[in-house]
Design a protein around this ligand. Sequence first.
Ligand code: GZL
Length: 337
Amino acid sequence: MNFSFKNRSLLVLMMIFAIALVGCDRKPAGGTSTGEGGAGNGGNTGGKKTVAFAQMENTGPWRIAESNSMRSEAAKRADKYNFVYTDAQSTTAKQVSDVEDLIARKVDAIFLAPREAEGFSSVFQAAKAANIPIILIDREATGTPGVDFVTVIKSDFIREGQRAGEWLANKMNGKAGIVELKGTTGSSVANDRSKGFMDEIGKHPDMKVIASQDGNFTRAEGQKVMENIIQAQGKAITAVYAHNDEMALGAIQALKAANMNPGKDVIIISVDGQKSALQSIIAGDMNATVECNPRFGPIAFDTLEKYWRGETIPPQIINEDRFFDASNAAQFVEEAY
Ligand code: GZL
């Protein structure tokens, strides 16, 4: 086929225009690269983008520390962003409708801490259609990174469970009657912390889980569930694995009420590393906790800005977790949340 110079020039111009369009995909939904995005179609945002955080709940120090980290990072970048915060108050259906509302408001980006793994596919579709990037923090949701959401920033929950199992098997010399207090049913974190722990203790035939129940990550429910399990299992209990410190602290209350000497006769291993857990380790009531860092603010906003600059974002960004026990709890208690 013989193209004239004029046609060839037109073709080149069309190709450049097409490439420019593709590159524009990452501009904020409501505006242009000059930051006119925000409350929708260049709403009165003072030239700033509007970034939202759809939080699941605010029960306990970990969750509060996460919300505060997002708020304080947004405040540090207030010259660039308006910040919108929603709280689903422990209801997944409300969290889904919170995200729907944010999409309707045409915010420029959404950080989402999905309470459960299922239930968010419709809002992922809606956000994609509205050209609003969603970055998952803290927990996973069913979907494809780079397609349904930009990425997920989280801890390695399976590894957290494995580290708890390794430590407990060693501490108990391979023999224990274990109570597992599980996090919110249906959450990726509860599924993975259980899987990692079971994989590890499965290597030790005398490490037996004699009770495993959902305590929903709260201190009150952890205490209540532990009270019931003590009624049923009594002295057969020699160890507790709690998916978070709040439930561990609730279990410690229940064990003390039953004169079962937590930290000595019943070994307690948990996850998170909140201040009150480190204090409990120092007091000898809890034995160890695997860190799960809640301070997502800096990495979350840095990742969003990389995305908007067109940089490649990995499908997962994993936070480093430390380990706290009697040997180092006093060293880190002051900086803990
Ligand atoms: C972990 C987070 C968990 C914490 C709990 O990323 O989802 O939820 O470990 C919190 O303390 O309730």
